[in-house]
Design a protein around this ligand. Structure first.
Ligand code: 3HC
Ligand code: NAI
Length: 697
């Protein structure tokens, strides 16, 4: 086994070096190595202080997530952390990169902490359905106070080194070599006669904090903002224990709460999506060392709903971006929207005025496509019309420099046809952002028939730079996400015709955990758009695939959703809160009569099964066709682009958790009752016959 911990002696200081690539995760070998190293320095009379640092790109990024769900092996992380804090010789953690989760807990157990200016510290366990289980919930409030600890532990968001110093989490910033700085700090401790300074011995809050009020407020906030999530409330409970109990008892309570989280199904689902995100970056047949085209500048064609949001994604990460519109008025409208979006962030307090100005400085409006001659990447976001796209891509082909990446944000057109409008189809790729593009994390990277490996790899890499979850998909109608959502939305409409109300359908799916109900989503995006998409699909329907007719009736009546004040719901006086549309029941009766059925009460369970199983069946078909690479990619698409509840792990993780045999059995029943749309996907049948799950693919 490679040596993951080395101890060097520098006079009377012991330097413990951790080397466990890629992120120095605290797996068994590292825990054992560290414990042995701290014990050895403790036993060595010549050692007067200890420095702990990590090799590679980061300090310890936490416990080894791969070990969760497997039998625990000693020494445990809490055991290691206790030994470090209890040591009689002062220890200094030298932090670079990220000290996260168990990594920060180790640092908090050290007696002093110094960090590089670019370092980050955080306790992100909540994002994995856990809570900090090695003393983080007990020690962080003792250093930073209860308010800050609650904020960091419940949000999971890391903070930068400068803020960590302000909060008392880090003692000082360093600007020299890690080892030199650590050794110098340790020698200072020795010279000044400063011994161990144990975090656990401090009071668990700041002098003026009203702990009970802070805990109650956070508890209420979590219940309101994160209903359905298991671990955030337990994070609050663990910090509450810190404010009330001596350290040893607080640690015991933290451990119990940690075990509850560890055993929860939500933990498994959230860890599934953590690894799914990392897996998605890997594309079969595309070597990790595929050369990348550098994107130092970008342009967006079309400053409408999507174009503006996409341009902001670039400015947000410091990439200069040009925005091309058809005339001065359209351009001014687009730039005005960009300014308004940033201004709203400034007013909310999430962006400084300085950052706003810097970002706006990176955004340049242009009217002449000759201005795109020197950019490394162009994203087209003009009207969804093949003819308009043809004109735009022919011009891009003429003006863009050789090697520029030409991308389309089309949501439904054939990317291969678009690529064929140029003489360089190998440089064309789909970059399918989701609305609002500056907010939604999902980016479907659409690989055309001709897209080169280099362009695909560069597009995936760009996705990460833009802080998106980039998922590679193939070309088909709607790609992955929209193709699945068509099935889901269609079932929602059928359910209305069979007897449910919009409010019941939406509530059943919100109760399942979806961020919004499908019919409220439709009203938000506009029923004219739903109608146009459906008319486009009509010629491609297979025998027996009938369509619900309620949408046609709403469209014919000019009920287009929020934009017209009425759709599936009524929005009175411009209010966003939906009320019943009084005209709808008669339309639904008529639709039911056309189908030759009688409307009758439906259960919420039936509603959820119809909508969810339609997603799952389509996903299986998409996988079989190779449009998505792996089941977890599909999960990511739904988690990051469609408001699927994070704690259910995505539609296919959910299907596996229900048992595919059960899912297939219900789909077969629906096939018998409701016909062609429910033809079971052959992949689902194969998986069930072989006793396998989506996760085994
Ligand atoms: N355990 C195991 N593997 C990990 C890991 C961890 N804690 N953190 C990252 N990795 C792996 C990734 O899976 C990936 O593997 P791959 O190359 O085989 O796909 C590799 O390390 C690199 O990760 P990223 O691609 O994410 O690298 P980045 O440089 O983009 O990000 C990072 C680095 C910020 C450290 C990010 O990896 C991260 O956020 N990691 C998770 C941190 C975390 O959640 N820590 C808490 C763990 S739970 C805990 O500590 C419980 C304790 O309280 C008891
Ligand atoms: P939009 O209608 O809001 O904006 C299109 C803009 O393109 C208009 O401002 C128009 O002036 C401009 N434009 C048209 N021709 C142009 C040209 N030749 N040169 C420069 N600018 C030109 O459209 P929206 O909604 O932003 O959609 C754009 C693209 O994004 C479409 O392909 C759409 O399918 C796709 N998309 C839309 C999503 C949405 O939710 N609206 C989601 C994902 C993709």
């Amino acid at each position: 086994m490679p040596e993951v911990v080395r101890v060097e002696r520098h006079g009377d200081v012991a330097l413990i070096k951790v080397d466990n690539p890629p992120v120095n995760a605290l797996g068994l070998a590292l825990r054992a190595g560290l414990l042995a190293a701290f014990r050895a320095t403790e036993a060595d009379a010549a050692v007067r202080a200890v420095v702990l640092l990590c090799e590679g790109r980061t300090f310890m990024a936490g416990a080894d997530i791969k070990e969760f769900g497997k039998p625990a092996q000693a020494p445990s992380l809490p055991e290691l952390v206790e030994a470090i804090e209890a040591a009689s010789k002062p220890s200094v953690a030298v932090i670079h990169g990220s000290a996260l989760g168990g990594g920060l807990e180790v640092a908090l157990a050290c007696h002093y902490r110094i960090a590089t200016t670019t370092a980050q510290v955080g306790l992100p366990e909540v994002k994995l359905g856990l809570l900090p289980g090695a003393g983080g919930t007990q020690r962080l409030p003792r250093l930073a106070g209860v308010a800050k600890a609650l904020e960091m532990i419940v949000s999971g968001a890391p903070i930068g080194a400068a803020q960590a110093v302000e909060q008392g989490i880090v003692d000082e910033l360093l600007d020299s070599d890690l080892a030199d700085a650590g050794l110098a700090y340790a020698r200072r401790l020795i010279a000044e006669g400063r011994g161990p300074r144990r975090t656990g011995e401090r009071q668990a809050h700041l002098p003026d904090e009203d702990c009970a009020a802070l805990i109650a407020a956070k508890h209420a906030e979590v219940q309101k903002r994160q209903p359905g999530l298991f671990s955030p409330l337990r994070c609050v409970a663990a910090v509450e224990a810190a404010t009330r109990l001596p350290l040893a008892e607080g640690l015991k309570r933290e451990r119990e709460l940690f075990q509850e989280c560890l055993a929860s199904a939500q933990r498994a689902a959230l860890i599934h999506s953590f690894f799914a995100e990392r897996e998605a970056a890997k594309i079969a047949g595309l070597p990790a060392d595929t050369p990348l085209r550098e994107v130092r500048s970008a342009a967006v064609v079309g400053g409408g709903t999507m174009g503006v949001g996409i341009a902001l994604c670039f400015a947000n990460v410091g990439i200069p971006v040009k925005l091309l519109e058809i005339d001065g008025a359209a351009l001014e409208r687009a730039l005005q929207r960009a300014r308004a979006i940033y201004q709203a962030s400034v007013e909310r307090g999430s962006l400084s005025a300085e950052a706003r100005d810097k970002r706006l400085g990176l955004l340049q409006g242009v009217l002449d496509d000759a201005a795109l001659a020197d950019v490394d990447l162009v994203i087209e976001a003009v009207f969804e019309s093949l003819e308009v796209k043809r004109q735009v891509f022919a011009r891009l082909d003429a003006v863009c420099k050789p090697g520029a990446i030409l991308a389309s944000n089309t949501s439904s057109l054939d990317l291969d046809q678009i690529a064929a409008f140029t003489q360089r189809p190998q440089d064309v790729v789909g970059l399918h952002f989701f609305s609002p593009a500056n907010v939604m994390r999902l980016l479907e990277v659409v690989r055309g028939k001709a897209t080169s490996a280099e362009v695909l790899a560069s597009a995936m890499h760009l996705g990460k730079r833009l802080k998106k979850v980039a998922v590679a998909v193939g070309v088909c109608d709607g790609f992955v996400g929209n193709r699945m959502i068509f099935q889901y939305g269609r079932q929602a409409e059928f359910l209305l015709e069979e007897g449910a109300s919009p409010a019941q359908v939406d509530k059943a799916l919100r109760d399942f955990g979806m961020a919004m109900g499908p019919l409220a989503v439709r009203d938000l995006s506009g029923l004219d758009i739903s109608h146009a998409i459906r008319e486009g699909q009509r010629p491609r329907l297979k025998p027996g695939q009938t369509l619900p007719t309620v949408l046609d009736q709403l469209f014919a009546a000019g009920m287009l959703g929020q934009k017209s004040g009425v759709g599936f719901y009524r929005y009175q006086d411009g209010a966003r809160a939906p009320q019943d549309n009084p005209a709808l029941p008669a339309m639904l009766e008529q639709a039911a009569a056309l189908r030759g059925i009688r409307r009758q009460p439906l259960s919420d369970e039936h509603i959820v099964e119809r909508c969810l199983f339609a997603l799952i069946n389509e996903a299986a078909q998409i996988l079989d066709e190779g449009i998505a690479q792996r089941a977890s990619d599909i999960d990511l698409i739904f988690l990051n682009g469609y408001g699927f509840p994070s704690w259910r792990g995505g539609p296919l993780f959910y299907a596996d958790s229900l048992g595919l045999e059960h899912v297939l059995q219900r789909i077969r029943e629906f096939h018998q009752r409701f016909g062609a749309w429910w033809q079971p996907a052959p992949l689902l049948e194969r998986l069930v016959a072989e006793g396998r799950r989506f996760a085994d693919l």
